[in-house]
Design a protein around this ligand. Sequence first.
Ligand SMILES: [Zn+2]
Length: 81
Amino acid sequence: MTTPQEFRCEICGIITNHPMHWFIIQCGDASLTVLRWKTEVANAPGARHFCGEAHAQIYISRWFDAACSPPKPDFLRPTGS
Ligand SMILES: [Zn+2]
């Protein structure tokens, strides 16, 4: 038996020894990957830990904001003739 590890949610800061229904996100400049919980994945370098879908989504929203700013004002492009 291995000793239980502690993981902390990056959004709310809750700490758990039993990350049931937690998610892992691997985030880079070019991509963001959501992974189901697996201890070896959770211990990988750069892995981020979230206590549930809601908090994983908060992180993803922040990543979208950072990745897509400044926004491209494409909607001003004239349509029709
Ligand atoms: Zn949380």
